[in-house]
Design a protein around this ligand. Structure first.
Ligand SMILES: Nc1nc2c(c(=O)[nH]1)N[C@H]1C(S)=C(S)[C@@H](COP(=O)(O)O)O[C@H]1N2
Ligand SMILES: [Mo]
Length: 315
């Protein structure tokens, strides 16, 4: 994806399908280039695909229709269908992201320029919402670490705080018609979580520009944490030495913590987290259930970040 492509396809000579296929080729090449940067350049083809596998979960992707019509994005309403129905007036371009706080090189970055600077990779991740449903989503994006490296965090920085845009005129849920959340929606990660190679800033899905309802034009994806950590439509990131609050923790600290690592052994106060309903799949008795995995199946990659921590206390 050499530059940000607006959601409506303008060119009449190229069918969306051709564009989609061509773009997948491009993404494939970009992903290989990125793996060379990880030091896999001299590895055999087999080793290379092993390196790639943690970025491509071996499960059937959730149909695009479900990924784009079953959403949580309270800026556009409370129901799962609201974000698709109410986000049509949202204008994701032009867009800038401000990165400030405890860094050597703070800045306000144009998103399209960042997308030219960092190779866009395709990553199919298992996603698990705290509400006990899940999806498998092919994201397109670049590692958050790439942007953090660019601003050079100070040695004293310990966390990254994130903020969603506030635009009541384009986001009807922010107009206060109903009592929901305080705006802006905010989130936070520990700096080592933010720098982890799995942590992605997504700018697309299914090889297409990110739909408004999924967090256009840029949103966070942290696949080993509950879905609410994936803050959408990000306008600001601030490096800090204080643990940032997240919106759900502010709303209800008994039920939602800072870490929010997917953990089948620690139930939500009002429901079990041991299994999940896979959206878009139907089983004999309705939607099929899958067992929930520790760290959402990414334990080999991320459990070490929490060595020695009590994960019941730090939920
Ligand atoms: N700004 C903002 N980001 C948000 C939310 C939100 O309401 N506002 N909802 C979160 C929740 S609870 C989930 S499960 C995911 C859903 O992402 P998806 O709709 O792309 O699946 O977005 C997260 N990011
Ligand atoms: Mo969620």
């Amino acid at each position: 994806m050499p530059s940000y492509r607006p959601p409506k396809i303008a060119s009449s000579e190229i069918t969306p399908r051709q564009l989609y296929l061509r773009r997948r080729e491009f993404l494939g090449a970009a992903a290989l280039g990125a793996m060379a940067l990880y030091g896999a350049g001299k590895a055999s083809a087999a080793a290379l695909s092993a390196v790639g596998s943690k970025y491509k979960v071996d499960e059937k992707p959730t149909p695009l229709k479900d990924v784009t019509t079953y959403n949580n994005f309270y800026e556009f309403g409370l129901d799962k269908a609201d974000p698709a129905a109410n986000s049509g007036d949202f204008k994701p371009l032009p867009w800038t992201v401000k990165v400030d706080g405890m860094v050597n090189k703070p800045g306000t970055f144009d998103l399209e320029a960042l997308m030219k600077e960092f190779p866009i990779e395709e990553r199919t991740y298992r996603m698990r919402c705290v509400e006990a449903w899940s999806m498998v989503i092919p994201w397109d994006g670049f590692p958050l670490a790439s942007l953090l490296d660019k601003v050079e965090p100070l040695g004293s920085a310990k966390y990254v705080a994130f903020e969603t845009v506030v635009r009541p005129d384009e986001m009807p849920g922010q107009k206060g018609f109903f009592q929901s959340l305080d705006w802006p929606y905010v989130e936070g990660l520990r700096l080592d979580e933010a720098r982890h190679p799995l942590t992605l800033l997504a700018v697309g899905l299914y090889g297409e520009t990110l739909p408004n309802q999924n967090g256009a034009p840029i949103r966070l994806v942290v696949p080993w944490k509950y879905g609410f950590k994936g803050i959408k439509s990000i306008v600001r990131m601030t490096l800090t030495d204080q643990q940032p609050k997240n919106t759900w923790q502010v709303t209800n600290p008994q039920e939602y913590g800072f870490y929010a690592n997917v953990n089948p052994a620690v139930d939500h106060p009002r429901w079990s987290q041991a299994s999940e309903r896979r959206i878009g799949e139907s089983g004999f008795f309705g939607a099929s259930r899958h067992p929930t995995l520790p760290f959402n199946g990414y334990a080999d990659e991320v459990a070490g970040l929490y060595a020695g921590m009590d994960l019941k206390a730090n939920f």
